[in-house]
Design a binder for this molecule. Structure first.
Ligand code: T1G
Ligand code: NAD
Length: 710
């Protein structure tokens, strides 16, 4: 046996333990170790049955995702788990998989080849491969429908969400739930099976749950409909549906061949490379080079939020959702009541949708304490300020916090654009001040942009990164430049979208092109959702910094002067009905023509490719500047920010990964053309120029494989 797979005995029951921390992935050596153990069990007459269990915190969490890159780059030949699974299923002695933690992907596929599956009550099983842009590749799409039926199997394989032990039992995926000591319970279960002296059941031979043609046709049609709606642009969910469908039409062996074909197409496709980049990226962003893992952290047991408006209410919900008591302070009873009513409505909606029970809602509401004074703030471990976006007001609030909060408390601002160092200068403890930039709606959006001030302590940063995980957010550390990373890049993206409208594209054409590209929403519709007045106020606040010689969008400020702030006023770039459905507005069309004429802008036909290039390359060019200036640690950090905060399609990997996929030489050359056509706003970023000239990528930049001196 290898160190990765251990074989021990409990009397006449063999125990196979997978020992490959942290998640017992099926890395090279693990399948081989299991195969050797099963062979040993088959041969050893003293052994009557076998139990497979995962060492540490989980069962097998799937194939080793790190290996996929080596296969697609040709560095190593991909292997198949099918021979191992057949050997397991053909073992003459009953084999039981004992599941705790997560049996995901190849882990569940191995378990389904075992004759029986038992699990701890908290265990989860799933086929999340589509989240990596692939499909189950070890007969998961063939065995799961035989155990759970086609409807459940297609749901799990096409959408990738795990199911808990109880639901897995109800669907026949597992045979029993073991309370208490899982291993002891599994061994006892094995002995009961041996005592029955029956032929071990083989999942591949089962067909009673594969359903009839007519029902299956409806199941698959509905799944395709749902995949097109909720997984727009993604290929893997549709491939997973096709593979499960094959299980209902072909023999097990033919079905496995079909699955393998579809699996390979996905694995060698761009989408899976992008989604695997995102998988590891979401873990990479937690690593801060100068803040080691052992940096001491402030434990957050009590929180406080100032301002119960659009953002403050959502932020308070995040703390309550994590079980952290939170004070919520407002400037007046009326504003406080309004903020609390919004929170209550949001929770009630979730209860109505069955996301959690009324009891859970009541428990969370009870953790939110409304306040009109700073009483109790002295106990808070963290205070997050979310008052109006004005420097004077924020400094006033921070000066007050400096008086009432305990010295070790974290003082965080949810500002979306203001200078964290200047806010910190209003206190005697700038080392405790940091930006916690949530995204609207704050209780939904996964991104937390954590803004490092020049005095912010490593302890406060480490505590903020840990807090992000506790609040189920993806925390990304960024530098303190104007608009930080996300909003700073958004400015040129929005600028180009508006210039394209002035030059002849209709607003709905610009939005449609980016929606088709995969963005959750087009830029102009997004402006209407967030409120055009938010940007208008910020532009007025920074008017003194504007370059008078540069071209500026001419329409949006006029829309705001007309009171067209977007959805909240029923009109912005579009007109909105009661259900907030957007329709193009001829009045805006006319306004655009008039203002473009006044600005001397020639209008022309503009195609979808140009719309994508000008908006996407504007993002990339600004992203490259942010990297060279050091306001983002890695290109992947920018990708994770855009995917989790701005509705950028994960299956394109994020703006910087997308640029690598297009090829930085092509991106750079196109930006040089735009620079010639549209002037200084398109000055290529030096880092982009360097990478393009060296034939390198942003991924190379992240891995340090570039020489700056060139
Ligand atoms: N392969 C390689 N590394 C993995 C891994 C995997 N499958 N899963 C996790 N890691 C690393 C991760 O990068 C991190 O590393 C560390 O383990 C801890 O992970 C044949 C083809 C299991 C729920 O998609 O969902 O099977 O950052 O921080 O929050 O059909 O990890 O410390 O260096 O996420 O406790 C299908 C992916 C594969 C499951 C644990 N399986 N993993 O969450 O820890 S495809 C998956 C997860 C497949 C078959 C197909 C989660 C987790 P580092 P973590 P966690
Ligand atoms: P909002 O106008 O909806 O809410 C601000 C709230 O602060 C109001 O309810 C107001 O009564 C309250 N307030 C003002 N002064 C106060 C004081 N001294 N004490 C207590 N409460 C006070 O604004 P918002 O959209 O929630 O924005 C709040 C902050 O979050 C701003 O800095 C904004 O830039 C930032 N932000 C907004 C968004 C967004 O999409 N709206 C996204 C990220 C960050």
């Amino acid at each position: 046996m290898s160190e990765l797979v251990l074989l021990s005995k409990d009397g006449d029951v063999a125990i196979i333990t997978v020992n490959n921390p942290p998640v017992n992935a099926l890395s090279p050596g693990v399948p081989e170790g299991i195969a050797a153990a099963v062979e040993e069990i088959s041969k050893d007459a003293r052994i009557k049955a076998g139990v497979l269990v995962g060492g540490g915190s989980t069962f097998i969490a799937g194939a080793d995702i790190k290996e996929f890159g080596r296969v697609t780059s040709g560095e190593r030949k991909g292997g198949s788990l099918l021979p191992l699974l057949a050997a397991i299923e053909d073992c003459p002695k009953p084999l039981i998989a004992a599941i705790h933690g997560t049996a995901f992907g190849g882990g569940l596929e191995v378990a389904m080849a075992f004759h029986y599956r038992v699990a701890a009550p908290t265990a989860q099983v799933g086929q999340p491969e589509v989240k990596l842009g692939i499909i189950p590749g070890a007969a998961g799409t063939q065995r799961l429908p035989r155990l759970a039926g086609t409807a459940k199997a297609v749901e799990m394989c096409a959408f990738g969400e795990p199911v808990r032990a109880k639901e897995a039992l109800d669907h026949g995926i597992i045979d029993s739930i073991i309370e208490g000591d899982l291993l002891a319970g599994a061994v006892a279960f094995a002995r009961e099976v041996v005592a029955k002296n029956e032929q071990p059941p083989r999942t591949r031979e089962r067909s009673e749950k594969l359903g009839d043609e007519q029902t299956n046709a409806q199941v698959f049609a509905a799944a395709r409909e749902q995949a097109k709606k909720t997984r727009r642009g993604q290929t893997a969910p549709l491939a997973a549906i096709e593979a499960v469908e094959a299980a209902t039409r072909l023999s097990f062996e033919e079905g496995c061949r079909k699955e393998a074909e579809l699996f390979r197409d996905c694995l060698f496709g761009d989408q899976s490379k992008a989604l695997i980049h995102v998988f590891f990226g979401e873990r990479e962003v937690a690593r801060i080079p100068d803040i080691p893992k052992e940096t001491p952290r402030i434990e957050i047991k009590k929180a406080a939020v100032i301002g119960a408006g659009t953002m403050g209410g959502g932020i308070a919900m995040n703390y309550a959702n994590a079980g952290i008591p939170v004070l919520l302070k407002e400037s007046s009873q009326e504003m406080l009541d309004r903020g609390l009513a919004t929170i209550k409505k949001n929770y009630a909606n979730s209860v109505k949708k069955g996301r959690f029970s009324q009891e859970v809602m009541d428990r969370r509401m009870a953790l939110i304490t409304p306040a009109l004074t700073y009483d109790g703030f002295e106990d808070a471990d963290i205070v997050t300020e979310a008052v109006f976006e004005g420097m004077e007001l924020k400094k006033e609030v921070f000066a007050e916090l400096d008086k009432v909060c305990k010295p070790e408390a974290i003082l965080a601002s949810n500002t979306s654009t203001l200078n964290i160092d200047e806010i910190a200068s209003a206190t005697s403890r700038p080392q405790q001040v940091i930006g916690h930039h949530f995204f609207s709606p704050a209780n939904v959006m996964r991104l937390l942009e954590i803004v490092r001030g020049k005095a912010t302590s490593k302890e406060v940063i480490a505590s903020s990164m840990a807090l992000a995980k506790k609040l189920k957010k993806v925390g990304v550390l960024v530098g303190n430049c104007r608009g930080f990373v996300g909003n700073r890049m958004l400015a040129p993206y929005m600028r180009e979208a508006q210039f394209l409208v002035e030059e002849g594209a209709r607003p709905e054409e610009v939005d449609a092109a980016l929606y088709k590209f995969g963005m959750a929403m087009g830029p102009l519709a997004m402006g209407d959702l967030a409120g055009l007045d938010v940007g208008w106020r910020i532009r007025k606040e920074y008017k003194h910094l504007e370059d008078p010689n540069a071209r500026h969008p001419v329409v949006v400020d006029r829309l705001c002067e007309m009171g067209r702030y977007g959805q909240k006023t029923g009109a912005g770039w579009y007109r909105y009905d009661e259900s907030r459905k957007a329709t193009p507005d001829p009045e805006v069309e006319e306004l655009i023509r008039q203002l473009a004429a006044e600005a001397g802008i020639q209008r022309r036909e503009i195609g979808g490719d140009e719309i994508i290039e000008r908006t996407m390359y504007a993002l990339v060019n600004e992203g490259a500047r942010i990297l060279e200036e050091g306001y983002a640690l890695r290109a992947v950090d920018i990708d994770i920010i855009y995917i989790n905060g701005y509705g950028y399609p994960a299956w394109r990997g994020g703006p910087m990964w997308y640029a690598d996929t297009v090829g930085l030489k092509k991106v750079f050359d196109r930006i040089v053309e735009f620079h010639a056509q549209h002037g200084e706003l398109w000055q290529p970023a030096p880092l982009l120029k360097l990478l393009a000239e060296q034939g390198k990528t942003f991924a190379d930049f992240d891995n340090g494989n570039i020489s700056i001196t060139a």
